[in-house]
Design a protein around this ligand. Sequence first.
Ligand SMILES: N[C@@H](CCC(=O)N[C@@H](CS)C(=O)NCC(=O)O)C(=O)O
Length: 212
Amino acid sequence: MPELHIIGGPQSNYVWMTRVACAEKGVPYTLIPVMPHTPEVDAIHPLGKIPVLRHGDVTLCESRAICFYIDHKFDGPPLAPRDALDGARAEQWVSLVNTSIDPVLVRQYLRGYFFPGTPDGKPDRELIDGALPKIEQHFGLLDRAVAKTGYLVGKSFTLADMNLMPMLYYASKLPESAAMLGQAANLKTYFERHLARESVAATIPPPMPSRR
Ligand SMILES: N[C@@H](CCC(=O)N[C@@H](CS)C(=O)NCC(=O)O)C(=O)O
């Protein structure tokens, strides 16, 4: 079997979730820590985004597609439920989180802190403050979703949780979102419990390369 390469900087929440997926599946890989829009990435992702995967002659982009490949190509525990309904529920959460929560929490709020683009490099308060009401709403719905079992789907750690955890990790590091997480008791318990999980704890990324 050729070596599996996960290509992309470890700080990316989407790179991180593919690494959690490899760890959960028990698949060894080499991380090639490069930024978006670099030649290794542009050769595989038509929009230059990370993560991308290389496995011998196989190349793939998009975190969900990469996880599908890892899940179906290799032996090991399923990353997503094989049952039709639970599988659909996992996809539902991946989609919901990626299309509604990531754009606000990561692309707007985190960006306002880590990549503000302001002349003095200070956080972009307009971007940050504009995201807060939506983040509160999102944490409320996630709090209700994990209240019953401590997982997004069923009673086990699935791809839906792997996808969400990196986003919550960054939320726990910044003031307003950390305070909101503290108010959402079920979500906070969920986050702290799964942060201690080996696949997550062992792949926590180093700090963001730069705040400017
Ligand atoms: N839908 C993509 C999103 C990947 C993504 O947005 N990656 C970010 C880093 S977390 C990126 O490469 N951003 C650069 C850009 O958007 O140009 C996936 O699931 O892999």
